[in-house]
Structure formats: C-alpha cells, structure tokens
Design a protein around this ligand. Sequence first.
Ligand code: F6R
Length: 587
Amino acid sequence: MCGIISYIGPRDATEIVVSGLKKLEYRGYDSFGFVVKNNSDFKIAKKVGRVSEATADGLGLPKSNIAVGHTRWATHGGVTEANAHPHVSNNGKIVVVHNGIIENFQDQKKFLELQGFKFYSQTDTEIIPNTIEYHMRKYDFVEACKRSLKHLDGQYALVIIHKDENKIIAIRKEAPLVIGVGEGEFFVASDVPAFLDYTKKVIFLNEMDMAVIDTAITIFNAKKDTYVERNITNIDWDAEQAKKGNFEHFFMKEVSEQASTLEGVANIDNGLIREVADEIRNAEGIFFVACGTASYACMHGVYIFAKIAKMHINFCLAHEFPNFNHFLTPKSLVIALSQSGETADTLIAMRAAKAAGAKVISITNAMGSTAMRESDKTILTRAGPEICVLSTKAYTSQLAILTLLAYELAGKLEEGKEKLKDVVRYIYYLTSENTRKFIQEIAKNLRYTPHMYLIGRGLQYPTALEATLKIKEVSYIHAEGFAGGELKHGVIALIEHGTPCIVFTSTETETEIISNAMELKARGGYIIGVGPNNNPAFDVWIKVRESEEANSICQIIPMQILAYQLAILRGCDPDKPRNLAKSVTVK
Ligand code: F6R
C-alpha cells in the first residue's frame, strides 16, 4: 500500500529509484512521483497511472546522488497529479513521500492555515512538509523533523529531503520501511525487492525510528528520545527471485514455484515446529488471526488441527478481533498469519494479544517484518518474494506449515513431512504446461459468465473460499464459495441453466459433495469437478489425485491457474488487479 524507494550515494540515484519503484509497483499503482535533488534544486515529476513505462529521460529527470520515488494507493484525496507524492512545503525546500494515514491531518491543517500556510492537494500528507517548515523557523532540519513527529497521529513511513542538505531522513511508525546498506551508499524502501540488485544487507527500522542518512547512518528513536543502534541483517532472498524470468507475469511465475517452495517447507527445521507446537500445547485459548487469503489458510488450520491434532482452535478475521479479544488472558496464544507481516489489521490484533499478556506466534513470509519483530516466535514461510498482488505460493506454504504443526501435535511430524514431500512431486505436474493448457480451455468456456459458485466440504470448504477470492479479485467475475451443506439453505436459488459451479471433492467427502453436485446439476448448473474421481454429475473434470490431508494444497493450484487464465482472456492485469495493492498497511 504505497511504495517508497530512495537512494543516497555515489551512483546515479535517479536511475536507481526509477527502476526500484517499478519493483514496488505491486504496493500501489494509482499514480507515482519522483523528486531528484540536483545540486541545491529539486526536479519533481508526478503522473497519474503506472510507473512501469516511465523512464528518467521521459520524465525529464536529471542524474543525481539523492532521489526519492513513490507509487500511490489513494487513501485521502482522489487519483490526481496534485495528490500524487512527493509533497512540497510552501517554501519549496522540504519534500516528503508518505505511506500510511495521518489521522489528525484536518486539525493540523487548520493550525498551519492559521500560521499562513496554503494547501494545494486533498492529501493528509501535505501537512508534513509544512509542519517541518513551521518548525524550521526555529530549529535545524533534523530537529524540525523530530519536533514534527509530535504533531502526527496515525501511521507513517516517511522519506524527507531538504534542498540545502545532502541527507535523507527516513521515519517509520506502524508502516514498513527498511534501509539497504551498500558500500558508501544507502537505500530506503518499503520492501527489500526494491534494492535487492544492489545489496542484501538491511537494517529494519523499529517503531518511531528516525534515520538520518548521509555518508553514514544515525538512528534516533523518537519514543525513547535517544539515539539507538540497529543491527544489519543479511537477507537470504536472491535478486533473481524478485524478477519475472521467462514468465510473462509474476502470477504464473509464483504459481509455478510452488513445488520448490513447498519442498522448502517439507524440509523445515523440526526444532522450530516442535517449539511452536509446545506453545500451542501449553496455551489455554488459541486464536488464529489473519485477513484475506491468509484468513482462508487459518480456516484450513482450524479444520486440519481438528482432524489431525484433535484440537480446537478459534479463528477470527483480524479486523473482527476486537469483538473477541476480551477473552484473551496471559495463558492465551494468538497465531497470526501474514504473507507480508505488515497488514495493519493483523498487527493490531497481535498488539491486542500482547496488551492482554498473551503470547503471539507469527507465520510470515517477510523476514524482519513488523509481525516477525512483534511476535514471541516466528515461522518463516520462506516462499521467496511474492510480487504479484495476489497471494498464491505464500498461501500454500501457510497451509503446509499448519499441516506440519498439526502432525507434530499428533506426535507424527515425520509422517507429515513425508506427505508433503510426496505432494511436492505431484505439484510439478499440477503446475506443468499441460495442466495450464487444459485449464485454459476450461477458462474459455467460463470467460463471459457473470457468476460462478464454488462448493466444498470439510477441508475443501476453505479451498472453495480461497478459489473464489482468486477468481473474483483477478478476473472480476462474481464468484461465491459455500460449504456444500449450505446449498439447500438458500443458496441454490441462485442456480440457473448454465450457471458454472465448481465442486471440490475428496474420497472422504465424496458421497455428500456429489449429492450436492447432483442438486446443482438438477437445476441446470454447469458442473466442474475438482478431485480424484470423475463422476456423471460433472460436465468437466479437473483431475487432482487424492492427497488426503494435503488435498487443499493440491486442489487450489488448478484454481489459481484458472483465475489467471480468466484474467488473461478478459484482458485484466493478473499482477495488478484494479483497486488492490499488496500489503494493506492501513486499517
Ligand atoms: C489475496 C491477497 C490478500 C492478502 C491479505 C493479507 O490474494 O493477497 O487477501 O492475503 O491482504 O495479506 P498478508 O498475508 O500480507 O497479511
């Protein structure tokens, strides 16, 4: 949700931020902007639309040693050039880019207007450079930035530069910002892939850290009101992993990587799984919390823990957790799932748990993310950078980790690992060119349908919900997922002649789900079966062999491919669907 990249150092900063911002486009793509510090002048370029086609020359940006870029996902103010970042102070000397929301911006704007400041955009961000300018009437740039923080309520990752200073100021509060450390050069970005081509050494800023970066870096923590030291961490991601390679879209690249990402989970350190399983055993009152796709992984967790570990775990959408968090005690455990580790709603739920004295475990894909830093223990999904806005490979890794935890709780970790290893071989087939072509043919039949319904039972119910989300968010076809048993309670009224219905089956649920498929077919439904056995109820069958507890991992893969093919056939961008952004860092 809004991407920031900036650079200070001996290389051409302009080129670095223009190419770096393209790597962050998944974070927001309404509009973008750059500021380049050219001696003691600024050159600013802002545009509505996507940064992918932009070039430094095309934007008229000169070479420089300090540059900042921003790609926007609009919160306050429409998608216009005036609202695009960077925003400049009234005296033209201070420039700010911002990811987050300043909740008290209206009050601060009134205060600044009384001091004679004028505003040219509808954004909350514009108060920031002007608040700094206001403080610079008395203080130097760094001190003015520090003092300005006292006026800002809300969440923010900020990069600030001043016309007369050769430095970058980077500040984070409840929004991601990492510093890449090179040889005599620094990068500041919302996410590591923006600078992976140059360095794998990173400093993760803590809450209320303000980094002042010139030829070196000093970090002041505004909460502690003191200068602090932060460690440098080596990231084990590879620059190539964050590129499309031979694929046209990150979506299909990431879907195709699932055999190897799941192999990574199958080989995960037993010690960590055992430690987390012990926390689960010892807790009294356990909640899974997450949003979106990760929430469907949680639902899957509820089923798989019940089935394998014979344990009941509560599940709550992270943003609904305030309705239930009064049940937390110091003996409770919250297990938060988040690909990015930066989803604001999930972090808020984690903080509620901490406030109640409960323990928090995160399952996240992002090393050094806020979720990781704010939890007692973390299992990294190690799926590598997920650049497509839609979560695919991180989801199946989450399912696989939950499966291993359930097996460990049942005292059968090795059996769980063997099951995963076996599935890995099959996933090579599921993601192969043959499967993709077969699914493409099915997609051709579905491309004009306005509605689609998906059903599953037991472990396949969350699969139906996740498949539904994939189809909706990337092809914009209305799709709804239901538990098979719900059909007769109302849903079946929606079925008309030719309505596509996708039915997930397994040996365990076959009898009941096939009778649901028959009910749909009797009302004219066009039935697509996904599972181990063909059936006369099916108009089309997508064979996915029986993998028992790992069925959900296998069955979602053809659905990810279907969503992708539908997007392509309907002319939609599979990597950057409309209105979405990866990493939802606002409430
Ligand atoms: C859907 C999708 C989103 C995310 C959700 C949570 O494809 O990607 O629904 O799953 O925004 O994000 P994380 O997992 O980063 O907390």
